[in-house]
Write a protein that binds this ligand. Structure first.
Ligand code: NAP
Ligand code: ZN
Length: 345
């Protein structure tokens, strides 16, 4: 057992320095020295108990980038020194239909989340705001050399969560895609959809970040606070991906979809959202959700980002800034992902 430094929650209050235990490296395990860990809004929902009871003490973090420090005797894909990442899952049953299809995130027996899940040995998994993690090699991703590790960390959740629905709905030239909310997920959505060749729009609360949104790859930028927006672009989009971490008026957004258009929700606010079914019937619209992405698709996304030089726009912070960073994320004051330098833990 390895005891390592971490930062975690012991209550809904501020995160504090603590330690977590990592299991001994088994034959199929990889020991990763974590260099950077992104702060996802999901971490905040979780430690604040917004999704239900949180198993304190809990170290969160599922945007992990680091270097292989040790490999088990049966590991074939990785060697010491490789640049690797871990996202939101660290295991799944591997046998159900979903796992066989490479959709481990929808494992019929429930995947093992990187934090707050019951692991195979009965312990509660502890996430990436820590110096080391031990993960079975099949859930370890290869980070292309072209990508700096700090900018790559957020790809492991924010990147794949946007890449997967964009691919599922054939994003490419001729498609009009709107990304709602320009935060961690949203800014990756803009970069990825633009790299895939779509015409990208951002719908943000205000026009404050318009210039940056256009620089990230958007062609159009709209403010949801301006009622004119919902008239101006009514019936226009083939795909809308909603990343908002809070309540939105769904009917307004569904009205922006073209015939056969799809609204994909990835945002997970604490409270339920409702909408009128008429909003779907008109224009034969689809409404669906999407959860991260499978392991093979996550690797595909990382390779795509390597080829296109796509990293996350980040603010690297020391561990003692985590609580302030949380406040700034909640206030939508993030450009566009906080990434913890784990050397400061
Ligand atoms: P984030 O960085 O905080 O971005 C969320 C954005 O939503 C904000 O930047 C803001 O954009 C907008 N927003 C915030 N409050 C709002 C409000 N009251 N009204 C309208 N817009 C508001 O969060 P994130 O890390 O990208 O995560 C976004 C959501 O996705 C979270 O709920 C998270 O739990 C969830 N998530 C889901 C998955 C999945 O697999 N489905 C994976 C990761 C995260 P503007 O400033 O541009 O308005
Ligand atoms: Zn996340």
């Amino acid at each position: 057992m390895l005891t390592v430094k971490a930062y975690g929650a012991t209550s809904t209050g501020p995160l504090v320095p603590l330690t977590v235990e990592r299991r001994d490296v088994g034959p199929q395990d990889v020991l990763i020295e974590i260099k950077y860990a992104g702060i996802c809004h999901s971490d905040i929902h979780k430690v604040k108990g917004e999704w239900g009871p949180c198993p304190y003490p809990l170290t969160v973090g599922h945007e992990i980038a680091g270097v292989v420090a040790e490999v088990g005797s049966e590991v074939t894909k990785f060697k010491v020194g490789d640049h690797v990442g871990v996202g939101c899952m660290v295991n799944s049953c591997g046998e159900c239909d979903r796992c066989r299809e490479g959709l481990e995130q929808y494992c019929e027996n429930g995947n093992v989340g990187t934090y707050g899940s019951v692991d195979r040995d009965g312990t509660i998994t502890q996430g990436g705001y820590s110096t080391h993690i031990v993960v079975v090699e099949s859930f370890v991703l290869r980070i292309p050399d072209a990508l700096p590790l700090d900018q790559a960390a957020p790809l492991l959740c924010a990147g794949i969560t946007m890449y997967s629905p964009l691919r599922r709905f054939d994003t490419g030239p001729g498609k009009k895609v709107a990304i709602v909310g320009l935060g961690g997920l949203g800014h990756m959505g803009v970069k990825l959809a633009a790299a895939m060749g779509a015409e990208v729009s951002v719908i943000s609360q205000s026009l404050k970040k318009q210039e940056e949104g256009l620089r990230l790859g958007a062609k159009h930028y709209y403010a949801s606070s301006d009622p004119e927006t919902f008239k101006e672009v009514r019936g226009q989009f083939d795909l809308i991906v909603n990343t908002v971490s809070a309540h939105i008026e769904l009917d307004q957004y569904l009205g922006l979809l073209a015939f056969d258009g799809a609204f994909v929700d990835v945002g997970l606010p604490a409270e339920p959202l409702d909408f009128r079914l008429f909003s779907l019937l008109r224009n034969r619209r689809t409404m669906t959700g999407s959860s991260i992405g499978g392991i093979a698709e996550t690797q595909e996304m990382l390779d795509f980002c390597g080829e296109h030089g796509i990293g996350s726009d980040i603010e690297v912070i020391p561990a003692d800034y985590i609580n302030e960073a949380y406040e700034r994320v909640i206030a939508s004051d993030v450009r566009y992902r906080f990434v913890i330098d784990t050397a400061t833990l």
